[in-house]
Design a protein around this ligand. Structure first.
Ligand SMILES: NC(=O)c1ccc[n+]([C@@H]2O[C@H](COP(=O)([O-])OP(=O)(O)OC[C@H]3O[C@@H](n4cnc5c(N)ncnc54)[C@H](O)[C@@H]3O)[C@@H](O)[C@H]2O)c1
Ligand SMILES: [Zn+2]
Ligand SMILES: [Zn+2]
Length: 361
């Protein structure tokens, strides 16, 4: 018998999201049913409801979540009922050409639940990023459920499922930041601040936060920025050179998703430096760079999908670092809200008032 619960539905492009009854099936083979405890409001949820991802309405929103395993289907061995888990949007298949090359973080056939969740009238729902966790229960592939230490606060833990992992991984996995490096992070929202926290964890010596909002720059310092630059008042490339003896940084991380900040990050690097693009651009954006500069400056230009993370390896580690007091995940939680507060939270996000609003159940 499917379970009838409430979920946040984006029914049409640009329409206000609604709390509606949904039906969630019991888990089939390889699936896990999760009782959601907390789910953060991410920019990507807003992109879905704006129709910027695809047109597969209605969407069941929510994808930065933690919860407890309610039940599992046949053949599931990685989690059991009662386990505290973070839900990942990457569940490597183990058999695609990328997994077989030993790069499961690029898995090209990542798994999701096979059975659809539906509206009460049977209309199938598209769960955001294959999760759909603005709901009391959600159905996922068991590989998407990653067991972590249950002492973690559910609202902090859930954030590791998306934006925070993307930022930490952009610095540590994609950027390869190591002890003594200089790092600049363009855009100090949740993702950029997590990149700053990741650079600090990895031992970076100079960490420069760049934003256009002074409030965001103050918060960036709390996560480990040693210097901040307001790019609406100062040319950030020049300011970064001044802070690095005229050289530029070893690793520049773009966490806005704009050609302006991409170009700034490109020129803010030292010779042979690394640029990491974690911000998601819109399809119409273009960038023009002199080819000689690409050649002459050397280094590498990388994109970071989900921080190149391997959830089963990375989530438990970051939760342990959090519980040891070495990674302040609680600081990312600006407020906790009820399930029907998602629409309001979108507006707060647009006004730049929060790093993350988190629905708690
Ligand atoms: N690659 C991935 O896997 C992945 C995962 C999650 C999110 N993201 C993307 O990361 C980006 C950041 O997400 P977020 O949740 O931190 O968003 P956010 O809106 O909270 O943060 C963006 C920040 O950029 C700042 N900003 C805007 N224009 C700027 C400029 N010209 N110069 C400097 N700063 C500027 C804003 O003031 C804000 O603080 C988004 O594009 C999001 O879609 C990527
Ligand atoms: Zn694979
Ligand atoms: Zn997200």
């Amino acid at each position: 018998m499917p379970h009838q619960v409430r979920g946040i539905i984006a029914g049409a492009k640009g329409a206000t999201v609604k709390l509606q009854d949904i039906l969630v099936p019991d888990p089939g083979p390889g699936e896990a049913l999760i009782r959601v405890k907390a789910c953060g409001v991410c920019h990507t949820d807003l992109h879905y409801r704006e129709g910027a991802i695809n047109d597969d309405f209605p969407f069941l929103l929510g994808h930065e979540a933690s919860g407890t395993v309610e039940s599992v289907g046949d053949g599931v061995s990685n989690v059991a009922p009662g386990d505290f888990v973070i839900i990942a949007w990457r569940s490597p298949c183990g058999t695609c050409r990328s997994c077989l090359r030993g790069r499961p973080w690029y898995c090209f056939a990542s798994r999701n639940a096979q059975q659809p969740m539906t509206l009460a009238d049977g209309t199938p729902l598209s769960p955001a990023l294959g999760i759909g966790a603005f709901a009391e229960l959600t159905l996922v592939d068991a590989g998407q459920a990653v067991k972590v230490n249950a002492d973690a606060s559910p609202q902090a833990a859930g954030l590791v499922g998306c934006g925070i992992m993307a930022g930490l991984g952009a610095a540590i996995n994609t950027g390869g930041v190591i002890r003594g490096d200089s790092v600049a992070v363009f855009g100090c929202g949740g993702v950029g601040d997590a990149a700053i926290a990741g650079a600090r964890l990895a031992g970076a010596h100079t960490i420069i936060g760049v934003d256009i909002d002074d409030r965001k720059l103050e918060w960036a310092k709390e996560f480990g920025a040693t210097h901040t630059i307001n790019a609406s008042q100062t040319d950030p490339v020049e300011a970064i050179r001044k802070l690095t003896r005229g050289n530029g940084v070893n690793v520049a991380i773009e966490a806005v998703g704009s050609p302006i900040t991409y170009e700034q990050a490109f020129y803010a690097r030292d010779h042979a430096g690394t640029l990491v693009q974690v911000g998601v651009p819109s399809p119409d954006m273009k960038i023009e760079l002199p080819l000689i500069e690409l050649f002459g400056r050397g280094g590498s230009l990388k994109s970071s999908w989900y921080g190149d993370c391997l959830p089963s390896r990375d989530f438990p580690m970051y939760i342990d670092l959090y519980l040891q007091g070495r990674l302040d995940l609680d600081r990312f939680v600006s407020e906790t809200i009820p399930l029907d507060g998602v629409e309001d939270a979108f507006h707060k996000m647009e006004r730049g008032e929060v790093l993350r609003s988190v629905v708690v159940f």
